[in-house]
Each structure stands twice: as structure tokens, then as C-alpha cells.
Design a protein around this ligand. Structure first.
Ligand SMILES: [Zn+2]
Length: 262
């Protein structure tokens, strides 16, 4: 709401291509953008993360467990209902967003630990699970994961992304196409995560590993032992975007613990 209020009164002249020449609208010169902030033209997102941890704490089970799933869906429906209520009150399109969380995962995890202490399987990691995702350590095959998560994507109209972790698939293009076809038919937005690393010291182009040294997670070339981040290229999907800039300790732990789905 702070941002919404900050934008009120902004003249279209601040970005003519966007507001005057049709990229977003065709307002007159000097005309404020205010009418476009209401009536379903723009949105305010309610971002959520850690559905897994929430359900695990409340029911003792993962949200993929048939006994716990109804509660997970109930939480999602409750948040959507809140958005509808705010929309009715303000005429602003609030919508529920399954947030990628990026580096905030570490901040949230630390805040939860401060508030609730260390609870086994809930707050004992340096990260919390993205949006509605199946926990990264949970063993589940790619197709079951995508089918399960599709239901939660449909309840995240403000935005969502799913992915499956895969090994090097260069010699199994047929399987890649099968997964893509499944994505096309079953889920709104999903991707395959693979590794594309390179060690500039020895030329290794397989996966560069995360290892723990002196209580800190570091990247290490399995071929030559290089641990200098400035002489290696590491690319991982944080959630929505593929990053190459390295991550904080919480996100690095989450990436380390990801299991393969294929
Ligand atoms: Zn190397």
C-alpha cells in the first residue's frame, strides 16, 4: 500500500514510452497514472513462502501427504480470500503470489529461529521452502512433483514457478521432451534445473560442489580443489531466475540439499 500511495499522482511524463505511447497505456501529457492503479489494471501481490514448513508444523506431515494436503489447500484458499476482501475494499487487484524469495529465504529462516527457536524439521535450516514447493530434500519423481504443485500454482494467480532438478540430460533428449510435454499439459509454468559449471583453473565443466569448511559452505571444484569463486563459473536457478553471482549461506544450503527428480 505504501508503494501504491507513493505512485498516486505520478504524471505520465515520467516514462512516455510506457504511459503515453502505448507500452502500458495512452495517457495524455501531464495526466496522472492514477486510474491505472485501480480497476484491475495493476496489482499488489501478497507474497507467501514456507507453505511446507507451515503444514509440517501444524499437521506433523509434509503437504504432499494426502492427510495434510487439505490443510495446505485451506491455507491457500484463506490467503486468496484475504486478497478478494482487500480488493472489494479498495478496488485494487490484490493477488496471491508464490514468491521465489531469492535471498530473503535466509532472512526469513533467521527471523523464524529468533521468534520460535529451533524446531526440528521446521526452523532448523538456513532457509525456508519457496512458495508452495515440495521440500527440496523430499524424494519425489518429476511428474508427481509437477502434478502436485500444479494445484497450488492455480491458487497463486499473482505469479508462481515450479521446477524439477535434473542431472546432465544431454544424452537423453527424449526424456527432456517428455517432461516438457507433461509441463505443457499439466502446469502453468515450470522449468528444468540443471547444472552448468566451469572451473577456469583446470577446465572442469561438470558440477562444482558445495562443501562445508570451518562451518561455512563454499564452492569447490571436484577436479582440482579450486575454491576461489572468482576463477569459477557457477549457475543455479535460485527460484525463478538462473543466478551466477553466488548466494548467501541460507540459499547455498538449500541448493546443496536439493534432490534430483529425474
Ligand atoms: Zn578445477
Amino acid at each position: 500500500m505504501c508503494r501504491h500511495k507513493r505512485l498516486l499522482g505520478t504524471p505520465s511524463d515520467v516514462a512516455p514510452i510506457l504511459w503515453q505511447h502505448g507500452a502500458l497505456a495512452r495517457l495524455k501529457k501531464g495526466e496522472p497514472i492514477d486510474k491505472l492503479l485501480f480497476n484491475g489494471y495493476s496489482t499488489i501481490s501478497l507474497g507467501y513462502a514456507g507453505l511446507y514448513e507451515c503444514v509440517k508444523y501444524m499437521t506433523g506431515k509434509s503437504h504432499t501427504d494426502p492427510e495434510a494436503k487439505p490443510f495446505a489447500l485451506e491455507v491457500m484458499n484463506y490467503m486468496n480470500a484475504a486478497c478478494r476482501k482487500w480488493k472489494a475494499e479498495t478496488n485494487i487487484d490484490f493477488s496471491l503470489y508464490g514468491t521465489p524469495l531469492e535471498s530473503t529465504t535466509y532472512k526469513f529462516a533467521k527471523c523464524l529461529q529468533k521468534r520460535f527457536g529451533i524446531i526440528e524439521g521446521i526452523t532448523d535450516k538456513g532457509y525456508i521452502t519457496n512458495s508452495y514447493h515440495v521440500h527440496v530434500t523430499e524424494k519425489i519423481d518429476a511428474f508427481s512433483k509437477l502434478r502436485f504443485e500444479a494445484e497450488f500454482q492455480a491458487l497463486s494467480p499473482g505469479g508462481a514457478i515450479s521446477y524439477v532438478e535434473v542431472p546432465d540430460m544431454q544424452n537423453n533428449i527424449e526424456a527432456v521432451l517428455q517432461v516438457m510435454k507433461f509441463i505443457y499439459l499439466n502446469i502453468i509454468y515450470a522449468e528444468l534445473n540443471t547444472k552448468s559449471d566451469y572451473c577456469q583453473v583446470c577446465g572442469w565443466d561438470g558440477e562444482i560442489n558445495i562443501v562445508e569448511e570451518d562451518g561455512k559452505l563454499i564452492w569447490k571444484c571436484p577436479n582440482c580443489g579450486n575454491t576461489d569463486q572468482s576463477t569459477m563459473n557457477v549457475a543455479r536457478r535460485t527460484c525463478g531466475y538462473i543466478g551466477t553471482q553466488y548466494w548467501n549461506q541460507g540459499r547455498t544450503q538449500e541448493i546443496k540439499e536439493r534432490v534430483l527428480h529425474l
